[in-house]
Design a protein around this ligand. Sequence first.
Ligand code: ADP
Ligand code: ZN
Length: 723
Amino acid sequence: MYAQVIVDIAHSQVDRIFEYSCPDGLNAGSRVKVPFGGRVIEGFVISVSDRCSIDPAKVKPIAGVFDEVPALVPECLSLVERISERFRTPKAAALRLFVPSEMRLGKVSEAYKTFVIPKNTDYAFPKSAKKQAEAAAYLKEHGECELTPLCEKFGRSAVNALRDKGVAEFERREVSRVPFSDEEGKEQPKQLTPAQEAAITNIESSSKRVQLIHGVTGSGKTEIYLNLIADRIKAGKTAIFLVPEISLTPQMLSQLRARFKGAAAILHSGLSAGERFDEWRRLRSGEAKIAIGARSAVFAPLQNIGVIIIDEEHDGSYVSESAPRYNTADIALWRAEYNDCKLVLGSATPSVESYLKALDGEYNLIKLPERINKKPLPEIIIADMRKEVKRGNNSAFSYALREELSKTLSDGNQAIIFLNRRGYSHTVICRDCGYVCKCGNCDVSLAYHSEENCLKCHYCGARYKMPTSCPECGGRRLHYGGTGTQKVVSDLKTLFPAARIIRMDNDTVSGKDGHYKILNAFKRREADILVGTQMIAKGHDFPSVTLVGILDADMSLHFSDYRSGERTFQLITQVAGRSGRAGQKGKVVLQTYSPENIILRYAVAYDYEGFFGNEAQIRKATRFPPYSLVCRVMVTSEDEKKALEALKSVYFSIEELRTLEPDSFIFMNRMHSPIKRIQGKYRYQVLMRLDDGRLLGKIYDIAAKNTSSSVLCYVEENPANLS
Ligand code: ADP
Ligand code: ZN
């Protein structure tokens, strides 16, 4: 037999099939070791046949097979071609998406634990071996233990000595590391409301592949998803459930665990390598049937998929920002087609693109305009910060917000304060000479972090000592500009000394359950105020929160991106949606310097249709997506001269294209990227708006042609982030 193999080298030069002879019974989808260019490397078997296309005498045998069960499901093999073509990525890179990185390159992480089993615990230890005697006594009392915690208690050498003296035996056993396994969850399925029933019937009876649920925050979308999943599981099928942020998954997982027990598996980058690997294997073996996670869970090794759900479909995290730059919804749609199942998108603020498709009849649109039990949406009060400044209030809190906060606290309720900026201050500026502290690797100002008393770069993570005087002029009047979450907390402590405050941002969450701990503490009411970045904006359901403060609604509004209006509307709606979800009426205070802004007006009125109508009209008139395609070719290099040369070459090649097909180009320009340097790499770009995707293939080719060992050129389509 012969195996057609893609070697695991993601390079265009070896991006083709190589043939090897193999034993009978080898399955397509297996990972194998193969001799390649004098080495033995890993490869994926794409297909197996009894014929080969080259001289059989020259065919080398494969050098080994990795797994008993092929790592790749048949569907994946059929998708790889499509992914590699659509996102212009080598097939090996497309294949890698489907297997956990721990599995590749022989880094299969341990699925074993070592246990220490007591044998002869009455052994007479000499006086000098005190630790050993203690460890033996412990074993005698507790019985068999895990090796690692035992070593932490008594020291590795003492525990080893027990084994050497026959006091105990070590045994390695396979274990499954199930993340959040202590999260039992007691939630029972709920009696569906008529609106939820109707939504499910609507989805089930629709003949369309893609279903878009537009349901206001708190309309009970989760329960609809869970019912759809339960239904498919009952029918013997599987399901994929995607949520945007890892901070959301634990909460969602506890609901899924309560409902589906071990049938739910979680896949996300925050897990330990071992946990991720084990969860993946549980899905691959069929033990688990529901994959839940962030965007990479769309590649879950499931077969016979009955439904794919993308919650908060508008979220930017569904677009991969590193190669392969795939869009999760595209992959989900292909998988839905392959499995002939539905793709369900849900959001309180669908992306303009998806909503347009729904209005055009491509997607089935399901509307849930009311919250569960007809609870009103929280009232949004606009605080005009220009007036506050005029009245002499230079703090980050308007009078309205302070008043509402104090009411909320005295009523014994909870509040959320949202500010999308971490650290203490955004910039440190010298009041005498105007010097701004900047990162040495990136063209951005450094944020001051009060807890560590240092400056941090939010792009490369570099830390710097906080200067005591201006490095430029020696002046001592350093000013902290742009309030961040740390300063908000310290100001709140001054304003409300009795309030218990927790902060949630990238600096406070660490480890795989960092989010979880903070959110749970807040849910258990161990704090009165939660201050956080966009991490706290989505999905969370805190019954006692009756006030949300949005400190700076303008921050995203004035971003130079065609989607800044859409983003702002989404953000306000999502954050506001955290308020008043249970018994009591909620309020939101929205602070802004542009209270007359139309986007804010729509957001305050919860008028998605109004917002959409306005936005779609502008996009159509100015020809922005979805009425065109934004395409950016990024040119980055540590060597600025080389970057500029490559930029010119890219630009002229595209210019040639434009001469041939002038009508395809709506706009084209070459320039510095908004952030000129990140991590020591200069960044230039050719920014275009194209009529459609016809020329993309040629543009990808141009980028590839100009990539060298010192310059990286890559293409982004409708990038979520234009910085
Ligand atoms: P969404 O995802 O649309 O924002 P959720 O799914 O979080 O809304 O639901 C909002 C709240 O309503 C949650 O507290 C949820 O437990 C509750 N809920 C959902 N469906 C029902 C139902 N059928 N009966 C009672 N409560 C429900
Ligand atoms: Zn930096």
